[in-house]
Design a protein around this ligand. Structure first.
Ligand code: ADP
Ligand code: ZN
Ligand code: ZN
Length: 732
């Protein structure tokens, strides 16, 4: 007879402990095997954390324990889910991020291998379910969500089911015979074959960087290189070095859309040693790639955030390109940052972590300046092209603007026309999607807000809907004001859709493409649009931040930032840093080959330091100023942050628990620990739960974290309150 300690599949703080079950069958069972067990009258999946042999009978065990035990229903695996290194990593991640063990495993593993019942539905299917439009008529639909979905289908004819969202809306569309499911054989994922390419000889600056990265004793290196300084070539040379020593390489990029380019670079150099891992792959693809890596058939893994958990062994080098980008942080439990996990893994293998960026995060830069990380700089562009010349245009001055166009300056439009005449390309950055961000009644002043979270609703012209950008609420465009009945609906402000319309008016012969997450929602449209723009099928690309990062468009000579200050008023402590980074990245898109580039930055705040230093690409000046502000505000990198989230179905209980926690925390009188709140987060009510948050600022973990962990165990699940933590939050 065996006694098994089993963690069950619900990744909640309150259930983050093992429950005991018995097994008396012929199968082998070890830690990190998945099992099915009965939990609260339901069959759930779990994973084994400990196995004890015993000669006692069920009755004797129960007698000794004082409670009854049940037998596991089934043992699923024949080998442990993770190797030793990864299972240790899982423990370390759970510990650092105060996250339930099950939640960590579910994040680390591809869906078919997760400890979750959904994994049983079969991973290896080579089919995907698609949805086809049958009838675009909106009659009979019972919710606006359904209308939105039908309009998306009407526009695209066929959409991958998992891209559509809301299963209940889809069911309704199918029931009404407006849409139908069909299966398509999925192209098994394959990296195209690229011709082998010889390495470029490094420039003097690159070669100095390369040598220093290899020779330093320090585990982590920050490579700060201006845009166009050739960081990728350095990554490739370093990879070659480690591969030749028999070590393997993990290459992370911040966004899925940047993987194909990186895969091409690496495949050209190293042929078929490359595997890809990111959340955009289908479960079957991900399973294949996962097996390929685990079995040692791939020596280089390229992917976005989650690839940091790739089952690659014998790692010599982990690279995070554009290390400052926020998408390296997961916003759900476990709230891990790929950079921290990289450092954990590197410790195990004695590997090196290379952080590359033109605009490092303040945290990384500060650690490099303190000598915790090695610091390597590349200040020149490979082609010696000067950085683009930039100009700030003050939109608050009416004489700068084109009459009748409140976000277009004479300067920008004249430049656009000049570039069009020369057949050069233009990028316009507008970091807000939709048509206009405020919709109100002209007569009584009523403003449309989200009934779930209270934020302003954005009008989307494409499908004629009002949408909340903070939760998933949608509504049909109103025909009259709900307050006074007036039919005069007013739209105020700008989003990408409206910028497209205005440019069409101002430059009628321009061929324009738009890219934002509304467009990118439908599979392949992102890559297709980028490809078409690269092949000059468009003159102007208008989009949100997704067009600012990483891409190399040789024909672009003008970057216009339509409203540079949009991000400055976000409630996050990183608002200035994000604004600075976005501007630097955007400006860096111009003039990357023969022709020199220019950038025009329009703003209502021409004197804000994030904007002035961003326009000049003056990282050091920004860093200095922002560090002063962070010091005054007791913010990272001077202080660390952790957010305690209290959730309950009952609003009062959530608030009460939050106040209790704060009082208890203050009673501890930890040195240099400050608790702020409780506060109500932006999305305070979602999925039937109310949330309250407490922000804690601290300098050392030693006392605080054991306390928080105990707190999680003590309070969570009691009286209908659930606790969770966001360690090192970035959007607070
Ligand atoms: P970064 O990522 O630092 O912005 P890239 O890696 O995109 O810069 O490099 C900019 C350009 O310079 C690319 O077109 C790249 O192919 C080219 N390049 C980089 N290193 C070399 C080299 N040593 N010799 C020739 N071309 C290079
Ligand atoms: Zn009205
Ligand atoms: Zn909302």
């Amino acid at each position: 007879m065996k006694i098994l300690d089993v963690y069950i599949e619900y990744g909640k703080t309150s259930l983050d402990r093992p429950f005991s079950y018995l097994y008396d069958g012929p199968k082998n069972v070890e830690p990190l095997f998945r099992v099915l067990v009965n939990f609260g009258k339901q069959t759930v999946m779990g994973f084994v954390s400990r196995v004890q042999e015993t000669s006692q009978s069920k009755e004797e065990i129960e007698e000794a324990n004082g409670f009854s035990l049940s037998f596991v229903e089934e043992i699923i695996d024949e080998e442990p889910l993770l190797n030793e290194e990864l299972s240790r990593l899982a423990g370390e991640v759970a510990e650092y991020y105060l996250a339930p063990k099950t939640a960590v495993l579910q994040t680390m593993l591809p869906s078919s291998l997760r400890p979750a019942r959904s994994a049983l539905k079969g991973p290896k299917i080579a089919y995907e379910t698609w949805v086809r439009l049958l009838d675009p008529n909106e009659e009979g639909l019972t919710s606006d969500k359904q209308v939105e979905m039908l309009r998306l289908l009407a526009e695209n004819k066929e959409v991958l089911k998992k891209d559509l969202g809301s299963p209940s809306s889809l069911e309704k569309l199918i029931e009404l015979k407006k849409a139908a499911l069909f299966k398509k054989e999925k192209d098994r994922f394959q990296i195209p074959e690229f011709e082998k390419e010889q390495a470029h000889p490094l420039t003097i600056e690159q070669s100095r960087a390369y040598q220093k990265i290899l020779s330093t004793e320090k585990e982590v290196v920050l490579l700060q290189g201006v845009t166009g300084s050739g960081k990728t070539e350095v990554y490739l040379h370093l990879s070659e070095h480690y591969l030749s020593e028999g070590k393997n390489v993990l290459m992370l990029v911040p966004e899925i859309s940047l993987t194909p380019i990186m895969v091409e670079y690496f495949s050209r150099r190293f042929q078929n040693n490359v595997a890809i891992l990111h959340s955009g792959l289908t479960p079957a693809e991900k399973y294949d790639e996962y097996r390929k890596i685990a079995s040692g058939r791939a020596r280089i893994v390229i992917g976005a955030r989650s690839a940091i958990f790739a089952p690659l062994s014998n790692i010599g080098l982990i690279i995070l390109d554009e290390e400052h980008v926020e998408s390296y942080k997961q916003d759900q439990s476990p709230t891990y940052h790929a950079r921290e996990v990289a450092i954990m893994r590197a410790k195990h293998f004695g590997a090196k972590v290379l952080l590359g960026s033109a605009t490092p995060s303040l945290e990384s830069k500060a650690r490099a300046m303190k000598g915790v990380y090695e610091y390597v700089e590349m200040g020149h562009r490979v082609n010696e092209k000067a950085l683009p010349s930039t100009e700030i245009v003050d939109l608050s001055k009416p004489y700068n603007r084109i009459p009748g166009y409140d976000v277009f300056s004479k300067k920008l439009i004249a430049k656009i026309k000049e570039k069009l005449d020369r057949h050069q390309q233009i990028i316009l950055l507008m970091n807000r999607r939709g048509y206009s961000p405020y919709i109100g009644c002209h007569d009584c002043g009523y403003v449309y807000k989200c009934p779930n979270c209270g934020s302003f609703l954005t009008y989307h012209k494409n499908d004629n809907m009002l949408k909340c950008h903070h939760c998933d609420y949608v509504a049909k465009y109103p025909d009259k004001c709900p307050e006074c009945g007036s039919t005069k609906i007013k739209r105020t402000g700008y989003g990408t859709e409206r910028i497209v319309k205005k440019i069409e008016e101002l430059a009628p012969n321009a061929r324009i493409a738009r890219l934002d997450s509304d467009v990118a929602k439908v599979r392949n449209r992102l890559n297709k649009t980028l490809e078409e723009f690269r092949h000059e099928q468009y003159d102007v690309l208008i989009g949100t931040q997704m067009i600012a990062k990483g891409h190399d468009f040789p024909k672009v000579t003008l970057v216009g930032v339509v409203q540079a200050d949009l991000g400055l008023y976000s409630p996050s402590y990183r608002a200035s840093e994000n604004t600075f980074e976005l501007l630097t990245q955007a400006v860096g898109r111009a003039g990357r080959s023969k022709e020199s580039g220019e950038a025009i930055i329009q703003t209502f705040n021409p004197f804000d330091y994030a904007i002035t230093t961003g326009a000049k690409q003056d990282y050091e000046a920004f860093y200095k100023k922002e560090m002063e502000n962070r010091k005054i505000g007791k913010l990272p990198p001077y202080y660390y942050l952790v957010v305690i989230k209290v959730r309950s179905k009952n609003q009062e209980k959530a608030a009460e628990a939050a106040y209790d926690i704060k009082a208890d925390l203050e009673k501890q009188q930890f040195d240099k620990v400050y608790a702020i709140g409780p506060a109500t987060p932006y999305i305070a009510f979602q999925g039937g739960y109310f949330t309250k948050t407490i922000l804690v600022k601290y300098r050392v973990r030693d006392e605080l974290f054991p306390y928080l962990k105990a707190l999680g165990k003590r309070l969570s699940g009691r009286a209908g309150v659930e606790l969770s933590f966001d360690v090192d939050p970035i959007d607070y």
